[in-house]
Design a protein around this ligand. Structure first.
Ligand SMILES: Cc1cc2nc3c(=O)[nH]c(=O)nc-3n(C[C@H](O)[C@H](O)[C@H](O)COP(=O)(O)OP(=O)(O)OC[C@H]3O[C@@H](n4cnc5c(N)ncnc54)[C@H](O)[C@@H]3O)c2cc1C
Length: 673
């Protein structure tokens, strides 16, 4: 007997209408727990569950608000993949074929899931990895864009050590401290790996911490020690450098007058000095895509817009595969695998519900909002950290892609797909930033070009025996009844380490090789590539050349070749919009890198929607024309794609507040083809 478990919220295969159906409790099926937001329930016939091919006609889809907007059934025409990488169509064909029992099926294509796919494929395992939206469409595109080594964790670990508990429970307290410091050390190692091996994706960024008094009262982070941070900071940052074995650029201090030169927009009136330390910065969605493409290059069958709808269990309860639906065609199919890893980020519990029915939640969401302002609020090469905001949260003000990125907040709320950043958080970020910016500068609500929200997955192990040590970071847990593993929590910084740990669990005895892998675009990359592009492509604008290299690494040449080969009309690519370095041949290249919707291009393949909501809306028609031509969209599909992109981008806040529709039921839904 095969037991099929699914969630009971669903949308029709066409993603346009809600399908009304009933829940069955016949033998072989179980009544299913109600999801947080129930739309309607649906169940399959026994025949459908046993015959994977016939499971195709009426998939039961669990999704979150937002996905109904972005997935328009468009039956995209096959376009080739990037050189050396199969096309998306080919990947879906392979996943659909049913010929393979994979060693591992990874569910989720964020940083964690794509990382697992890469690690496992590089060990020679057969790997399937599916992502229901675009790669990085959830948390992994909404981070603060830092590959950080954990200055805050180092501080809290030290504070926890210098506490009365050191005398009451010395062994436990020291063990806790060492555990926390080990995590910080791992972050340093991972940051070094990203900076050294993935030069095309990451760079150093100095971050200034301004001090306006020598003692802070009340002490930040609830510990007397931090009251003295203004005097201790230079030493603390040197210790931080030491944890990287001094391989990072050295921390230093700036006098008020030096600060005025290096960071002209910072308020210096009461400034005593600034301590400056370094972290790494990246374009998170690009790094995620590079990981996914590298996994494909290593042989993983990986595809975006393929959603897992149910897990398949054998009579002993072991999960042996999953039902999936290709959201671009509506076709359902089964994927068989020996081991299954859930990497659903803040949505991991939704996946666990498919596997284990009622369960103790393992993942809580904590939402974080960012705002983006024009670039002139920060110097291009330096950011700022406020470690002592009005409510104790850290606040970063960073230059990013020619703009100013300010974030983040932290609020425990269940995860959603749509951005809908709350207005009060935007106001909070603006008010906190004002304190540090020169009084002659106005920072106004209308300066907010874009704002978005992401959900951090905070994880706890539901299968840990009582008294087991609590994880400080990510959690890897295996359900002993079903054999399914999940991995959740952690940080962008530790994606590689997390993948290594979980794949070690499913492929004991094989050796992880990701430390030696240069991600997609890293092969043959070297520092002067932007100049070479300018010289090769006859006067290409410098900002375009620099943007292409920072985004695609050595693959920037492939992007330019698309212009040269006449597939787009302008020799070195035509700007999508004045004032941005994005060019039309990038849209063509994005379709090769599996972009399926206009929103993919505007939110993650370029970052237009993240940088400037109004600009993203303006670019929709042009992106639609290029994608429509490449992917063979009918007129109707193109119209639906445009509507879907507009609806989704409405959920970002811009100069005006976001569309605050809290779920898809409140908002217009594009019709299926
Ligand atoms: C506001 C904020 C700022 C942050 N800043 C930083 C930072 O600066 N540095 C840092 O190191 N970390 C940062 N983090 C943490 C970091 O972003 C996350 O730890 C990381 O992105 C989590 O990746 P993930 O793959 O686990 O989750 P996600 O990126 O959410 O990926 C999970 C994926 O699973 C998919 N999925 C779910 N259900 C299904 C299904 N049924 N079928 C197929 N796919 C499915 C989802 O669509 C999703 O794409 C930040 C987090 C937040 C929220």
């Amino acid at each position: 007997m095969i037991i099929l478990r699914s969630s009971n919220r669903l949308v029709s295969a066409s993603h346009s209408r809600l399908v009304t159906a009933t829940t069955t409790s016949s033998i072989g099926y179980r009544n299913l727990p109600t999801s947080r937001r129930t739309f309607v329930s649906f169940s399959r016939s026994r025949k459908q569950t046993q015959d994977s091919s016939s499971a195709s006609s009426k998939p039961s889809l669990r999704r979150d608000p937002g996905l109904t907007f972005t997935s328009v059934i468009s039956d995209p025409k096959e376009v080739p993949g990037p050189e050396g990488i199969p096309s998306r169509s080919r990947q879906v064909q392979l996943l659909q074929s049913g010929d393979i029992q994979y060693d591992v099926l990874v569910i989720g294509g964020g940083a964690t899931g794509a990382g697992c796919a890469l690690d496992a494929a590089a060990r020679g395992l057969t790997v399937a990895c599916v992502e229901r939206g675009d790669f990085a469409s959830e948390t992994s595109s909404r981070s603060t864009k830092l590959i950080w080594a954990g200055i805050r964790y180092m501080a809290t670990a030290t504070a926890a050590l210098l506490n009365p508990s050191l005398f009451i429970k010395p062994i436990v307290t020291v063990q806790d401290f060492l555990g926390e410091m080990k995590m910080v050390l791992n972050c340093h190692n991972e940051r070094r790996y990203m900076i050294d091996t993935q030069k095309h994706l990451c760079h150093w960024i100095p971050i200034a911490v301004p001090f306006t008094s020598w003692h802070v009262s009340p002490a930040p982070m609830g510990h007397w020690l931090f009251g003295f941070f203004p005097v201790l900071a230079p030493v603390v940052f040197k210790m931080y450098d030491a944890l990287s074995a001094f391989t990072c650029p050295p921390s230093y201090i700036m006098t008020p007058s030096r600060t005025k030169t290096a960071f002209p927009t910072m308020a210096t009136e009461n400034l005593k000095y600034c301590a400056v330390f370094y972290e790494a910065q990246h374009n998170d969605s690009r790094t995620n895509l590079a990981i996914a493409m590298s996994a494909a290059e290593k042989g993983a069958h990986i595809a975006n817009y393929v959603e897992i709808t149910n897990l398949i269990q054998d009579s002993s309860g072991t999960v042996t595969g999953a039902h999936a639906v290709d959201r671009m065609t509506g076709k359902s199919f089964a994927i068989r695998a020996k081991k299954i890893i859930l990497a659903g980020g803040p949505f991991t519990d939704d996946l666990r519900q498919m596997e284990a029915g009622e369960h103790n939640p393992a993942v809580r969401g904590a939402s974080g909002t960012h705002i983006v302002l024009p670039g002139y609020f920060t110097p291009p090469g330096m950011g700022m950290l406020d470690y002592n905001t009005s409510d104790g949260r850290f606040l970063f003000i960073l230059p990013w892609l020619g703009h100013t990125l300010i974030g983040t907040t932290d609020k425990k709320t269940p995860a959603e797909t749509m951005q809908n950043p709350p207005e009060d958080e935007i106001e909070w970020l603006l008010n906190e930033s004002k304190k540090y910016l020169s009084p002659d500068l106005k920072i106004r609500r209308s300066d907010v070009l874009s704002a978005w929200r992401g959900w951090r997955p905070l994880a706890a192990d539901p299968h840990a025996p009582p008294g087991a040590p609590v994880s400080r970071d990510h959690v890897i847990s295996e359900n002993p009844e079903t054999g399914v593993l999940f991995i959740a929590g952690g940080k962008w910084t530790t994606w590689r380490e997390m993948a290594q740990e979980v794949v070690d669990r499913v492929a004991n005895g094989t050796k992880c090789s990701t430390l030696g892998i240069k991600l997609h675009g890293g092969e043959g990359y070297e520092g002067n590539l932007a100049i070479q592009l300018i010289q090769k492509y006859d006067g290409m604008a410098q900002d375009i050349a620099e943007h292409l290299v920072a985004t695609y690494g050595s693959r920037a040449l492939d992007v330019c070749e698309l212009s040269q080969s006449g597939q787009v009309t302008h020799v070195s690519g035509k700007r999508l919009l004045d004032g941005f370095p994005y060019i039309d041949s990038e849209v063509v290249y994005a379709t090769r890198e599996y972009a399926c919707t206009i929103e993919d291009v505007l939110s993650r393949r370029t970052r237009l929607a993240y940088l400037d909501k109004d600009a993203a809306v303006k670019a929709i028609p042009q992106v639609a024309d290029i994608m429509g031509r490449e992917l063979g969209w009918s007129k109707k599909v193109k119209e639906q794609q445009i509507l879907a992109a507009r609806s989704y981008i409405e959920s970002y806040a811009g100069r005006t507040p976001a569309n605050t529709a809290q779920n898809t039921e409140d908002a217009p839904t594009p019709q299926a083809a």
